[in-house]
Every structure is written in structure tokens, then in C-alpha cells.
Design a protein around this ligand. Sequence first.
Ligand code: NAD
Length: 451
Amino acid sequence: MEELVKAQRDYFNSNATKPVEFRITQLQKLKGILKENTVQLNEAVFKDFGKGTFENIVTELFIIHQEIDDALKNLAKWAAVKPVETDGFNQPGESFIVPEPLGVSLIIGAWNYPLNLTLSPAVAAIAAGCTVVLKPSRQTEHCSKLMASLINNNFDPAFFTVVEGGRVETNALLEQQFDKIFFTGSVPVGKIVYQAAAKHLTPVTLELGGKSPAIVLPDADLQNAVRKLVWGKFINGGQTCIAPDYIYVHRSVETQFLQLLKDEIVRADYRIENNNYANIITVENTERLVNLIDQQKVVLGGGYDIEGRIIEPTVMTNVTWDDKIMQDEIFGPVLPVMTFEDLGNIISVIKQQAKPLALYLFTADDAATQRVLSEVSFGGGAINETIMHTANGALPFGGVGNSGTGNYHGEAGFRSFSHYKSVLKKPVSGEPDFRYPPHNDEKIAAVLSMI
Ligand code: NAD
């Protein structure tokens, strides 16, 4: 690891990554490799956890290609020196901001979107002019192997390389000094990464998880709400960091909402053999999820096959915060539904929890929307929609507080791998001698008049 990081540092210090043309060429090359290997990439994800081709293209490959295309189109603009105003004290003079790559970067990914969560930050890093060490999750071993072979056979490891492995390899990497660490994963491992980064004062982006609420107000279009909620919850077998973790539905529409919710799940016909449902990643995770299900409260689903790593789309009602399912991020296809009567009450309940990564609100009521947006802190979210905010590259994606720090996608990704160097440029003549001693009453009066 030490040698690898040294090689990348030497490469970075050679200035090879600085020209925008270099970065564009590398991104084009990556795009070509991904395109040529679309079938293999889909197969790898399928082998790892049974995820179907349509879902994989939409939630993994499409996003990475979109990130590359956005960077190819806008990179020259993002990387350009930005002139800014110069204040009165500094006249005559000019001021500008120089975006510069942070340097040698480490990207550690989660398994649940094994391609997107590693390659999208890598696109941002390359666009910014960094070198990249990429550490995919060991849990999705076919994807990890394929990415290692595609990248390590096509890129100079001193510029862009994949290191496969789990905890041991990650910890060995974390002992090295990087200029940027970008981590996607759980809160406990996020804390380990943050501590390791602190030793070298390395800047970090942490993309973490948590319990993301969905709120359905009485005026919501219930048909639209259930369609979006069911899609957002059960895509990827429920293993999505921004999936609606639980639902708060207004008591006055609960009965109708639950009926529509069940109808929509049945209509979607989620089954592995339909190519529209994914396996749970491991047997251990399947067991963990089964333990969270209270069969007394199940109104749909509840079936499972632990060795087969399958849990039926499951809905639980009459759920309270004392239930096991409400203690931690669910990260699986189990959907607890709770009811409420007063929006103010649930706002304060949500605010007592860790700040969520996402929040979804279903309503046509602008005042209620404004209230939720101004009173509740969360990473990002959507009104009358789920998940899709992540597909808009113009919206920075990231958490807040316990759900993460920093963000990426589009220019936000470029920024997270860049330092913005501020520069003041002065002419060598024509400067007033105002600020230099000796100071007299006249000068004091002049500065006093400015404040
Ligand atoms: P994880 O934290 O277990 O693993 C993430 C990465 O850290 C992997 O590459 C893994 O090899 C490594 N790792 C695991 N344990 C480690 C340790 N003790 N020391 C050093 N490295 C270690 O997370 P996961 O199970 O892969 O993913 C699920 C979590 O990620 C959920 O909490 C989910 O909400 C979150 N997530 C967040 C986002 C986001 O964008 N905010 C996206 C996807 C997943």
C-alpha cells in the first residue's frame, strides 16, 4: 500500500493529471471500457445479488455514464480560473480562484450499488485531476473482480487502480497518507474512516446511512404516493441508502393508503425470477432482517428463505418507535407504516432522531411543504417522489450529521476532490501608501469612516 500511494504521489507531482485534456481523455477511456463491458457488468451484479438487468442499467450504469457525460461537457468550465471582485482596500489589484486537484485520493465503496458508488466518485476525482485508489466492497466479489480487471488492465496504477479486499486491506490503506478520502458505507465504519483521516488531517466525504422517513399527508394523491413509495422501497431488494425506511401516513387516509399499498406491491410482482427483485446480500443480513419482522404486525408478505437470501416485500402496520424495526436503519424489503394526526408532532419526533439521509413528503400543500423543508434537517429528498433526486446531477448528493458529510454528483463531485485556491494579484506600482506606518490621525479617521 505504501509503495502504491508513493507511486501515485509521484505521478500526481509530475503534473500529468493537471491538463484538462488529460482528464477528458481518461474519462472517455473509462466510458468506452464501461460501454464495451455492459453485458459483463450486468452479469457481475446479477451473480452477486440477483439484481436484474433493467434495474442495474437504470440505477448503476446510467448514473455513471451521466456523471461522465456531465464532466466531459462541463469540465473546462469547472476547472477554469474564476475571477472575483477585489475589495477597496486591495485596489489596484485583481482576485481569482484557482480550482486545483487535492492530489492522491482513496475511494471506499459500499456493496449495495457496487458500480455506481465506486465509479461515480472516481469520475469526480478524475475530473478534478486527482489520482485514484478505489476499494470496492468485498461482499460483491464479482463486481469487485471485474472492476479490478477492467481498470487495472487499462489504466496506469500510478494514476487509477483498484485494490480489492475487506477490512484488513481497507485498514492498511487507511494507514497511508491520502489527500482525500471518499467513503460510502455504514455509520460505524464511517467513524473508523474519519478517525484514520484525522491522523493526517485528510479531508473526507462520508456518504452514510440512517432512517429516511416518508410522510403522507391527508391531501396526497394516494395512488401516486404508493407507486413511488413501493418503487423506492423495494428497488435493489430494499437495500438502498435513500430508500424510504418507514412511512408516516395520516390517520384519516390510513385504510385507503394501506389497501393501495398492498395492491401496488402485488401488481409489481416482485420476484427474483421476474428479474425485478434482488437477493439480500448475505445470509447474515437475511437473518438480521427476519429478526426485525414482527409477524403479529405483518399485513403483507412476511415470508422468507434464509439460505436463499430472499425476503418477500413485507409491510408492517401499527408500528411504534419501541418496535425492533424502528431501532436502526432497516436496509431491506420490510416497510413499517405508522400513523399520525398532527404534522407538528411527527416533525418533532423526526427531529429527535439522527438527521436522515433522505426525506420524502407526499402532498399538494405548499405551506406544509415549506414547513417540513424549513423545520427538518435532512441530506436531500423529494416531494411526491422517492429516490429520483439522486439522478439529477445538478443536485448535490450527500447527508448531514449522522447521515454524512460533504456531497457529490455533477459539479459538487468535482468540488469535493478540489481545493479552491484563492489568489490576489497586485501590480508592483501605483499602490497607495495608506496602510504602511507611520500612522497618523488622518489615517485613523479614514479607516474609522470605513467601518
Ligand atoms: P460498510 O460500512 O460495512 O462497508 C463499506 C466499506 O467499508 C466496504 O468497502 C468495506 O469493505 C469497508 N469496511 C467494512 N468494515 C470495515 C472496517 N471495520 N474497517 C475498515 N473498512 C471496513 O457498509 P455496507 O454494508 O457496504 O453498506 C451499507 C451501508 O452503507 C448502509 O448503512 C447504507 O445506508 C450505507 N450507504 C450509504 C450510501 C450513501 O450514498 N450515503 C450509499 C449506499 C450505502
